[in-house]
Design a protein around this ligand. Sequence first.
Ligand code: MBD
Ligand code: FE
Length: 317
Amino acid sequence: MTTHTGERVMSDSLMETKDVKDLLMKVSALGADGGDVRMKRIVHCVVSDLFRTIEEFDIQPDEFWTAMGYLTRLGQANEVGLLVPGLGLETFLDLRMDQAERKAGLEGGTPRTIEGPLWLAGAPLSKGEARLDDGTEQGEVLFMQGQVQDVDGKPVAGAVIDVWHANTKGGYSGFDPSQSKYNLRRRIETDAEGRYRFRSILPNGYACPPGGPTQQLLDALGRHGHRPAHIHFFVVAPGYRKLTTQINIDGDEYLHDDFAFATRDGLIPEVKRVTDAAAIHARGLNAPYAEIGFDFVLHAESAAAPKTVVERAHASV
Ligand code: MBD
Ligand code: FE
């Protein structure tokens, strides 16, 4: 270490010592036989960063063990998938995929945004249209429709739209025990013109479980744990890159203040409120309803960009 006058002074950084450098080499087994070289380098990097952070902030043993207890509780509460978007990590993965696609020359297409922790496999599959809600909630009725297209505007028939969203209390079926199985979750195959349509109810925003470990950290940062109302989609079709995205419900107070950083331009469609008595009657309803039109634009498969089908652990019902 040198001062501004160039004078050499003794550094008291343990990170600079041979003992700690040797320790990190042994911890990661870098340079030793066996194991995976990339994993060794990653472990060396991550553990070095932790050592450096402990030193820089003079983290005391009780603080360190508080953090270890936190990670233990985070796993026990099954909230790893909740803290990850809360720390912007899932958005960072999206930004990296966007960058990789730009480098591969892929342009246009519906913006991706994070999957989040609440998708479930195996939602009921139907052709062309579906009703998502089980009729037990008196929410504002939503009709949403549109087309799946390629980047040239050509319709994609036989695409499967996997859609899932929260109820009026921000809860998801499969996680909220008050809801019926696969409530507000469906898979819809597009028709010969690439079209889909569904009836549901407008969701409300999600909030992190109060008192849970994710909210505990957010509290310590002075942050809230709210998401704006949103609807999730996977869109898949043979020969196309899988799209993972969401739309936000315009007008939500958290629209541009999402704890999970998933709001993006191009994903806030107009929500049309239909109050015309004849239209209401024609839909078989007796109250005003909401209408959203939204087309999904898919990229053709490309060997030049990383795969968008993500392997990750999911809950099962
Ligand atoms: C959600 O509904 C969600 O989409 C995310 C990303 C995190 C928590 C709840
Ligand atoms: Fe969600």
